[in-house]
Design a protein around this ligand. Structure first.
Ligand SMILES: Nc1ncnc2c1ncn2[C@@H]1O[C@H](COP(=O)(O)OP(=O)(O)OP(=O)(O)O)[C@@H](O)[C@H]1O
Length: 267
């Protein structure tokens, strides 16, 4: 399911027809230092949006404000029309550092089951949800393994399964594929596209990798400036389904890639 955006591709304030998240006048300061200012945008239900920008611009700060992990100094974030104060039930987060987020003494299955206790599911339901999520990421044969017995890419798939087991409407990911090799990264990108299509989830993903942002996104949100605002909210009009070799060989891919590069470099 794709977000339906208005034809106005480059206007940050452009509305989406069915927003799952609405960001209104968002700003954030650490002490006297203002990092983010005046952000207004919406994320459509089922949309995949990547957030890019130079190092230190405020991408993680924005994600923290979007998830309710950090209270913004200004403005508000609405999730399904309700203001976010703490991480809402329908939102799951995947961090870059899978090696620290998985418990080495728990099996793959138990790593996925454990956080579901706080979601108020009964024991049998927790295990069924975990098994379903592990099947979604292709790890059904590894439920009894321990994280340290798996490759980095497989461990990150466990972390993704743990997020999916909550059956979230929105998955927020901060540099989720930064710690794996290039081939594994490509595999995980394709896994994310498949899972997103299959489950109809909304994905918000921070990345430093411009190719990754263009390859994955329906829209790319580029942050820039000091304090940072939205430099552009760019619609990626590449055909679906995306495919690592043929999509990246398209002239339009190269155009979009240079456009995002220029936005980030401000050239
Ligand atoms: N808890 C904090 N207290 C004070 N300053 C902070 C805090 N967290 C981040 N900052 C500062 O805010 C700015 C934005 O940081 P943030 O991590 O959001 O940027 P980023 O775009 O995610 O960076 P990177 O691309 O390097 O991961 C940086 O200058 C950072 O030093």
């Amino acid at each position: 399911m794709k977000a339906q955006t208005t034809p106005d591709t480059d206007a940050p304030g452009a509305g989406v027809t069915d927003p799952v998240m609405q960001v209104r006048g968002l700003g954030h300061s650490y002490g006297e230092r203002q990092i983010l200012k005046g952000l207004d945008f919406e994320v459509g239900r089922g949309e995949l949006m990547c957030i890019v920008g130079p190092s230190g611009v405020g991408k993680t700060t924005l994600l923290e404000c979007l998830t309710g992990l950090r209270r913004p100094s200004e403005g508000q974030v609405l999730f399904d029309g309700k203001r976010i104060e703490t991480p809402p039930r329908g939102l799951a987060i995947v961090f870059q550092d899978y090696s620290r987020s998985l418990m080495p003494w728990l099996s793959v299955l138990d790593n996925v089951v454990l956080p579901l206790r706080s979601a108020g599911m009964a024991k049998a339901e927790r295990e069924a949800a975990a098994r379903e999520a592990l099947a979604e990421v292709g790890l059904s044969d590894f439920t009894g393994s321990y994280p340290w017995q798996l490759s980095g890419g497989m461990q990150q798939r466990v972390a993704i399964a743990r997020a999916l087991a909550y059956r979230p409407a929105v998955v927020v990911m901060d540099e989720p594929f930064a710690s794996v090799d290039a081939q594994t990264r490509a595999d995980l990108e394709d896994l994310l596209l498949r899972v997103r299509e299959h489950l109809g989830i909304t994905v918000l993903l921070v990345t430093h990798d411009i190719d990754e942002a263009v390859y994955l996104s329906d829209r790319v949100l580029a942050l820039g400036g000091k304090p940072a605002g939205i430099r552009s909210l760019l619609t990626v009009d590449l055909p679906a389904p995306r495919e690592q070799v043929s999509t990246k060989a398209l002239p339009r891919f190269a155009e979009l890639r240079s456009q995002v590069y220029r936005l980030i470099r401000n050239v």
